[in-house]
Design a protein around this ligand. Structure first.
Ligand SMILES: [Fe+2]
Length: 310
């Protein structure tokens, strides 16, 4: 668990101690792959899926990137039906080489990157607000609202991430990130474990401020796939925003300058990798990229940032 290693934390901005306390994390000794039993999905879970989906559908149409909306369409993701991995995963595999795998929850770094290196994307087999969620977190204080939960539930994983994996270029970007992560956790360079943890945190920060909570400049032509034109200067691509009604509403209000709750900052790799974050609050900043290709280029060109040697 990298959070136990703090020797280099003084090099970070915005350090939040105990930031993931409460979330159950699965490691190698746990039973984490859970074969989806589609017939066991309850009526309550189906209702929650529909409710979450319906609440965000208009905002996602208006603010999500073109490749995301095209991915939803191509995957055939439906508001009416809980995602069936047996149907969705082969479509994702054909499009980008990635496979969706059903897991019990939040995986530790080693497991997550090990799967990424095989183009396997973990999807948590639980949804916020359900009885299963309540049972998993009985006695634990953790946000469990329609609007947001720090637990990576199926709504976040499918509605936020999976549609992107219908795009080959995006899939390659995520694979490159995963490959760096896997190289780090395998530690073939023989770094001190404090240093390994520090570099993994660099990568976490990058992931957080980009594909989890990043935004980008409005792309020309993207309105062609929308029912309603985008009325802000940004597109919201981070999956953490796309799966949270409150976060999306906050981002749109800040883009419209009706709120200054969160800062809009130009994307800067060196700043992003040293900036920590908080799982449990609306983000206080969003980094704005130019485009997906510029993000992928920046990642490739700055690979050394993830192999800091102390
Ligand atoms: Fe995520």
């Amino acid at each position: 668990m990298i959070y136990a290693y703090t020797k280099f934390d003084h090099l970070f901005f915005n350090v939040r101690p105990n930031v993931i306390s409460g979330i159950k994390i699965y490691g190698r000794d746990d039973t984490y792959p859970i074969e989806q039993d589609y017939n066991a999905i309850t009526g309550e879970e189906q209702d929650i899926w529909q409710r979450l989906f319906r609440r965000l559908i208009d905002a996602l149409d208006q603010y999500a990137p073109k490749i995301y909306l095209q991915g939803v369409e191509a995957m055939g993701l439906s508001m009416d039906l809980w995602p069936n991995f047996a149907e969705l995963s082969p479509k994702v595999k054909a499009a980008s080489g990635w496979k969706l795998v059903s897991v019990a929850g939040f995986l530790d770094e080693f497991l997550f990157f090990e799967l990424s290196a095989e183009r396997k994307f973990p999807i948590t087999n639980i949804v916020r607000q359900s009885k299963h969620f309540e049972a998993k977190y009985e006695g634990v204080t953790i946000s469990n609202r329609n609007e947001y939960t720090p637990e990576p539930d199926i709504f976040h994983d499918i509605r936020g991430h999976a549609s992107y994996l219908m795009n080959r270029d995006y899939g390659d970007f995520l694979f490159d990130v995963g490959e760096v992560g896997y190289e780090l956790v395998c530690n073939e360079r023989g770094f001190d474990l404090q240093l390994v943890a520090h570099n993994v945190k660099h990568l976490q920060n990058f992931a957080w401020w980009t594909y989890e909570f990043g935004i980008m400049k409005k792309q020309s032509g993207s309105d062609s796939v929308r029912q309603s034109p985008n009325d802000i200067d940004h597109e919201v691509y981070g999956s953490g925003i796309l799966s949270s009604y409150d976060e999306l509403r906050n981002e749109a209000a800040c883009s419209k300058k009706r709120s200054n709750a969160s800062e809009m900052l130009p994307f800067d790799m060196e700043e992003v990798v040293i900036t920590r974050f908080d799982y449990s609050e609306i983000q206080d900043r969003y980094y704005v990229i130019e485009s997906f290709s510029s993000l992928h280029d920046a990642f490739r060109e700055n690979r050394d940032l993830f192999f800091y040697e102390g």
